[in-house]
Design a protein around this ligand. Sequence first.
Ligand SMILES: Nc1ncnc2c1ncn2[C@@H]1O[C@H](COP(=O)(O)OP(=O)(O)OP(=O)(O)O)[C@@H](O)[C@H]1O
Ligand SMILES: [Mg+2]
Length: 163
Amino acid sequence: MKTALYAGSFDPITNGHLDIITRAASLFDKVIVTVARNAGKSPIFSIEGRIDMVRETCNDLKNVEVSTFSGLLKDAINSFDADCVIRGLRSVSDYEYESQMAMMNRELNPRCETVFFMPSPKLSYVSSRMIREIAAFGGEVDAFVPKCIEAKLKERLQDNASN
Ligand SMILES: Nc1ncnc2c1ncn2[C@@H]1O[C@H](COP(=O)(O)OP(=O)(O)OP(=O)(O)O)[C@@H](O)[C@H]1O
Ligand SMILES: [Mg+2]
């Protein structure tokens, strides 16, 4: 039984994340998607909102579970009893950050091995940050996020506008 942990801020989950989750779910017995509480970012969606969106998006993937964590990934791997961490690689800039993080995590905890997945090329330029920026200015994001997320983004941004 091999379990992989996919950690991220998922603010919101995109088709890029979903691509990575689907690939991992076909190779591992179980994938636990963990939504980080302390991403060092100021998320636009609450932790509960982000978890619900990941749950809704991954509903059809039967070996995918959704959870949350705060603290360090090297500790999360032990508490979820996972075999490795999975991350996505979009570009050289991801590689620089991700390789450093993977090596540091393994240094801190030899059990914390990282497995990387490359997305479909047509999703390699998708990030949550860009989705947030496009949606904030009323642009179309339907090609980059699941339908239910598109609706939630509109709702969230309308809330903002009325505040
Ligand atoms: N389109 C994508 N293709 C492949 N991997 C991705 C994609 N988007 C995110 N990832 C990977 O998912 C993991 C979690 O990333 P994260 O939650 O920061 O998403 P993000 O899209 O980079 O969000 P943000 O823009 O807010 O930083 C990272 O390993 C990241 O490289
Ligand atoms: Mg990121």
